[in-house]
Design a protein around this ligand. Sequence first.
Ligand code: NAD
Length: 504
Amino acid sequence: MGKLDFLAELGIETENDGGYAKEWCGSGSLLESFAPADESVIASVRQCDAGDYENIMANAAKAFACWRLEPAPARGEVVRQLGNEFRKHKVALGKLIAWEMGKIQAEGEGEVQEMIDIADFAVGLSRQLYGKTMHSERPGHRMYEQWHPLGTVGVITAFNFPGAVWAWNAMIAAVCGDVMVWKPSSKTPLTAVAIQKIVNNVLEPLEWNGVMSLLVGSSRDVGELLIHDRRVPLVSATGSCHMGRKVGEAVAKRLGRSLLELGGNNGIIAMDDADPEMVLRGVLFGAVGTTGQRCTSTRRLFLHRDIASDITGRLVKAYGQVKIGNPLDPDTLMGPMVDGGAVDTYSAALETIKKQGGEVLYGGNVLDQTGHYVEPTIVKAKPSMEIVGDETFAPILYLFEFDSLEDAIAMHNSVDQGLSSSIFTRNMQSVERFLSAAGSDCGIANVNIGTSGAEIGGAFGGEKDTGGGREAGSDSWKAYMRRQTNTLNWSDELPLAQGIQFGD
Ligand code: NAD
């Protein structure tokens, strides 16, 4: 058995006794994928070039011509089969996500569960793409709205959720009648190849090839083609605020639509009446989980002055017990960072933190071993520290103290990003203040739950520099469709709206 034996179950051929995979996606240059746990090369993936891009776009357009006319519940049936196929491969795909991205296996499998959940949600949605009916002001007239598919949706995803974010988009867009072209992160190409193989197992026998296609390639070579392409009416892009500005601008220039899911800088407010154990567990999962590489990772913790020293002491103790190591080892709580660049970002941030007056209470070191391992870090911070305004995509937690909830909310809302937030309290007034229009300015505001680990049933996304997009549940599906208002005259007259008499 090779160390990557789970790849065989995913239909990926390996060499070197199962230790190395070669997969061909297109006819461009080779892209190597590295395991962050031991820095070994796990795969070479042949990327798409401009010619492949054109073929993929042509196939997608051809598929759309038929897929848009398939009844939505029949499209839902195809998505149901996809969900079942994800179920079958949950463990193997979860392991691959862990091995290629670095999150622990439990989180890798949790990510596949999200793919299953959103498929289930989309199946139900396929019978609920409701439009409104309204009363016309004119006699013998009927008015209603209906929703039609948009066309080819470009899906650009980040490395940290190499499967779930694609699925949030693809499952919903599929029941809406769109076809998808997916550009994954170049840090996780093998996960994308494995997912596309699972998709093909379902779509090929049904002759629905072209409904979901994969475009492995760099942002420069294929990403730029996608965002400037007028044949792509919607680009759904997940990644940094920097990327979102570029994508948003390019798509807006051609009057296309973009759905942006960008960086967060998420905070937890712990009031003096909060349950300290719940705070501890919420913060630990939020700040240390996924090695601080979730868009919803907890980056800032605001502690009421009366409980600050107690909670800080508990946190430092808990951080000391976090087992760092191989993401496939069931005892590991924190895996490696995704690559050497991410470790450099962590180190550079710590330099800046010290220069700006932050006090490292725990961690702050890169581990001296093979693999991209760092210590989870707690910093006693000052509101004046500029670096706190940045999303440093690493397990660094800033602590602040406050005296009143108003002050805590003001500090919390002072950053540019607006993704996820939470408060720990048992006081109803504090809860309502935090959730009011003068409270958290984020797209997600939780009570007695941390900032990360959203369920797919709610609309997911954030405000301000996080981009304003909404994905997953609730009525997020509307972003993937175009609305049409229909007015039908069943009378024998032709009355004009607003009672206008014209040429009578
Ligand atoms: P990134 O911005 O470096 O890359 C994201 C994706 O965008 C990649 O596929 C990349 O190739 C592509 N890309 C970059 N420039 C492009 C361009 N000009 N044209 C087309 N495509 C382009 O982000 P990352 O490092 O992979 O992921 C981490 C970031 O993603 C963090 O900021 C995190 O908060 C954010 N994120 C946000 C959410 C959310 O839902 N809000 C979810 C996951 C990750």
